[in-house]
Design a protein around this ligand. Structure first.
Ligand code: DP6
Length: 323
């Protein structure tokens, strides 16, 4: 029983940081993201009764360190299908894995769809999103293309904690310039970082309390195609999340000197009249969001900053799909 799928990475404009329930992976705050066309994971899964354990090959390497989490995830689909069959997963990303470019988002979205396909499960996108969330919170959003909102939900079983599309990518075709300042995998996972923040940062409660306001401001800016407002609230939300991570104990400082230099460069570009804003997830890469007319200029500026190793430009992408 084989299945395959392709899912794209996403970046959050209103960020998810913190969990209400770690076992079910229910986020404490809702989030809003954009799906990126050029960054994707392709995954093939084979369930076979001759296998006695699940195995995972990621980017050509056997990853025993990731198998426990993958097995728990596959169990969700095995329960749906009423089988116990073990699986072999072969997955590859076309971008650096685990370095703040949301490989877990595209990874679990692709794995959910490929596995459902292999097991002949006819699941709705909502149910796929609920399943993907349990692999990685941000993966719930990668089921959909364009602008996407993840609802934290209220049900203790997580049944209303899923993502939904806001508007499709064609409705507001923004572009994203990614400045890569580090290619190695990050040392602390988001999962561990979130726990650390919730237990120790004095700003964590303020973060949670103000998230609803940011979410509605960002959602409204998207509906109104109001770039200035989207820029203002997204940057604020990003800096607030990083204020929480930096004030966790031990501190989580995701930025490199080049990340900070990119923040200043984006601010200067905006002051000089170029509509662009930044966001940064739990890693050192900066993502600059702008209209397609400006992406070349933004890329030139970011690429010239010392410590920026590479830049990628992408438009917004479509739903994840079986292949
Ligand atoms: C900073 O989805 O990687 O990128 O649910 O523990 O796997 P887990 O976390 P993950 O966290 C993403 C955090 C973020 C913000 C975001 O994408 O919303």
């Amino acid at each position: 029983m084989k299945g395959s799928a392709k899912a794209r990475a996403n970046i959050a404009l209103a960020k998810y940081w913190g969990k209400l329930d770690s076992a079910l992976n229910i986020p404490v705050v809702g989030s809003i993201s954009i799906t990126l066309d050029a960054l994707w994971t392709e995954t093939e899964v084979e369930f076979n009764n001759s296998y006695d354990a699940d195995t995972l090959v990621l980017n050509g390497e056997v990853r025993k360190d990731l198998i426990e989490h993958a097995t728990k995830f596959l169990d969700l689909l095995r329960i749906y299908a009423g089988v116990k069959t073990r699986a072999h997963i072969v997955s590859k990303n076309n971008f650096p894995t685990g370095a703040g470019l949301a490989s877990s988002a595209s990874g679990f979205a692709a794995l959910a769809i490929a596995s459902a396909n292999a097991l002949k499960l006819d699941l709705s996108q909502k149910n796929l999103s609920i399943i993907a969330r349990q692999g990685s919170g941000s993966a719930a959003r990668s089921i959909f293309g364009g602008f996407v909102e993840m609802h934290a939900g209220q049900n203790p079983d997580g049944s209303d904690s899923f993502a939904e599309p806001i508007i499709p990518s064609e409705s507001w075709p923004l572009e994203v310039v990614i400045a890569i300042t580090e290619k190695r995998e990050k040392v602390i996972s988001s999962r561990v970082g979130m726990t650390q923040s919730s237990l120790t940062s004095p700003y964590y409660l303020g973060w949670v309390k103000t998230s609803t306001k940011d979410l509605s401001a960002i959602r409204e800016a998207i509906y109104a195609r109001d770039f200035e407002r989207l820029a203002e609230v997204s940057e604020h939300n990003c800096l607030k999340m990083h204020a929480v991570t930096m004030t966790s104990q031990p501190a989580l400082i995701y930025w490199k000197p080049a990340t900070v230099a990119c923040i200043h460069a984006v601010k200067e570009l905006r002051t000089s009249g170029v509509p662009v804003f930044f966001t940064i997830d739990a890693g050192p890469q900066l993502k600059a969001i702008c209209a397609p007319d400006n992406s070349k200029k933004v890329q030139e500026v970011l690429q010239s900053i010392p410590g920026v190793l590479d830049t990628l430009v992408t438009g917004l992408g479509a739903d994840a799909q079986k292949t």
